[in-house]
Design a protein around this ligand. Structure first.
Ligand code: AP5
Length: 215
């Protein structure tokens, strides 16, 4: 299945994508993770991306599109993938359609994970992630047993640089202006599906798989 996950920052795209990987082994392609890896590695691309990410703006399409195209060419994408955080605007969505057209493929679904914007600030300021295994926690909703330590592997937990209130506010504005219009874009193509992203994570996952027809 070739799937796009849509949703505001903090809607739970990453959380649900990880559960899809665990259950179905589909690769998750998160442009946010790819960009953070480039920032961590100190590459030229990472240095350029960091200024945009820290201010809550989108990284230029010219940077993101090349990165995605290269990732989609890798072997593990042959049988499908989950795009998480991409596309982020109409130009990226059109570029993705072109990339897929070139290889005679198309998307199976775009799944929107819907959460009221007012619930997102706490999810994002409270997010903590394990440096070693990537497991996610939230100090308000799903805190680790020991503060700052991962329950699964004992690794150290960190807070993302862009999970500060002012930056989150900007990310939410950018989402509303540039990304939310993709809901109409995919609805127009007849592949839009939506689930509520509020409530218990496992129950949301059950709705995700049922909505996609893969439960
Ligand atoms: P990116 O990394 O894509 O961040 P985002 O879209 O802002 O999304 P998040 O990762 O913050 O949220 P999520 O929906 O995955 O939620 P999660 O599951 O983590 O992008 C970061 C930046 O990179 C962008 O601002 C931009 O600069 C750049 N970028 C990335 N892609 C780009 C692109 N295509 N083009 C240009 N620039 C790009 O959950 C959040 C928290 O909530 C966690 O603590 C979790 O435990 C908790 N949680 C999850 N589900 C629930 C629930 N049901 N109830 C309670 N808590 C929950």
């Amino acid at each position: 299945m070739r799937l796009v996950l849509l949703g505001a920052p903090g809607a739970g795209k990453g959380t649900q994508a990880k559960k899809l990987i665990e259950k179905y082994g589909m690769p998750q392609i998160s442009t946010g993770d790819l960009l953070r890896a480039a920032v961590g590695a100190g590459t030229e691309l990472g240095k350029e991306a960091k200024t945009y990410m820290d201010s809550g703006n989108l990284v230029p399409d010219s940077v993101v599109l090349g990165m995605v195209e290269e990732r989609l060419r890798q072997d593990d994408c042959k049988n499908g993938y989950i795009l998480d955080g991409f596309p982020r605007n109409t130009a990226q969505a059109e570029a993705l359609d072109e990339m897929l057209d070139k290889v005679g493929m198309s998307l199976d679904a775009a799944l929107s994970v819907d959460v009221p914007l007012e619930d997102l600030m706490k999810r994002l300021t409270g997010r903590r992630t394990c440096k070693d295994c990537g497991q996610m926690y939230n100090i308000y909703f799903s805190a680790p047993a020991t503060e700052g330590k991962c329950d699964k592997c004992g690794g150290e937990l960190y807070q993302r640089d862009d999970d500060q209130e002012e930056t989150i506010q900007k990310r939410l504005e950018v989402y509303t202006e540039q990304t939310a219009p993709l809901i109409d874009y995919y609805s127009g193509k007849g592949i839009l599906k939506s689930v509520s992203g509020t409530g218990n994570i496992d129950e949301i996952f059950a709705n995700v798989t049922a909505t996609l027809g893969i439960s």
